[in-house]
Design a protein around this ligand. Structure first.
Ligand code: SF4
Ligand code: SF4
Length: 250
């Protein structure tokens, strides 16, 4: 029995990915950064806007608001790829909320890395995760980063239990009224300078809970956000690449 376990472990070899040195293979049906064809007819964009459950498509400007988008793929389906196609690019976070209203490329986070953040947190970063409502799928995918495959700690990044031990907050959920006070308190308890990362459609815009009276349509309405990570939930690679780029860890 004991030797079987050892043999099994040897056969498994090293399971930790080599990312970012080596790309990770994404699932076949993965939907990444949408590519928008602004030359398509208004009628097609209207059709897409009609089916969009998130009200994320602006017909006049032919844009998709990645803060609201849940990557359901309906717009690609009804437009037969004429208005939007989903690429396999998982790098889609931004330091500016309005840049996530897409009609072209998102910014290159490597360019926008804050030099002082890189100096302060590039070798050691402690984050407190706060689930401010939502459906918990975002938290499940954040937990994936702690598995042996991603092994977040090899980058010097750790999730900590107390805001007093943290350099910043990683927030998911639309911020329910019940969580608003706790979130503000966690923010206050983190020593300066501190970073705020909002992850997932809920944290960026309220997501599927948008305009519900029990929540406040995202973190930005109460705190200044430094990094916005779209998705519902964001793929672990989207979040990881955003953090590595933002803090110049890659
Ligand atoms: S993929 Fe996004 S923009 Fe397209 S229909 Fe779904 S929620 Fe709307
Ligand atoms: S963004 Fe989507 S996956 Fe994340 S908490 Fe909201 S509904 Fe759930």
């Amino acid at each position: 029995m004991f030797f079987d376990i050892i043999k099994n472990r040897i056969e498994q070899k090293n399971r930790t990915s080599k990312y970012p040195k080596k790309e990770i293979e994404l699932p076949k049906n993965y939907r990444g950064l949408p590519k928008i064809n602004t030359n398509c007819s208004i009628e097609i964009v209207e059709k897409c806007a009609d089916v969009c459950p998130q009200d994320a498509i602006n017909i006049e400007n032919k844009t998709i608001d990645l803060r609201k988008c849940t990557f359901c793929g309906l717009c690609e389906k009804v437009s037969n790829g004429k208005f939007v196609t989903f690429t396999r690019n998982f790098e889609m976070a931004s330091t500016k909320s309005e840049k996530l209203i897409l009609n072209g490329e998102v910014e290159n986070l490597k360019v926008s890395t804050n030099k002082s953040f890189k100096k302060m947190f590039g070798r050691s970063l402690q984050l407190r995760v706060v689930s401010a409502g939502g459906c918990n799928a975002c938290e499940a995918d954040i937990n994936v980063l702690n598995t042996p495959f991603y092994d977040l700690s090899r980058f010097g990044i750790q999730f900590v239990a107390s805001p007093r031990h943290a350099d910043g907050l990683l927030i998911t959920g639309p911020v329910t009224k019940n969580m608003e006070y706790a979130l503000k308190k966690a923010y206050k308890d983190i020593p300066d300078p501190k970073i705020i990362i909002a992850s997932g459609s809920c944290a960026l815009s309220g997501g599927p809970f948008r305009n519900n009276i029990e929540q406040i349509n995202g973190v930005e309405n109460i705190l200044k956000v430094d990094l916005f990570v779209p998705g519902c939930p964001p793929h672990p690679l989207t979040l990881l690449s955003a953090i590595l780029d933002f803090f110049g860890i890659k």
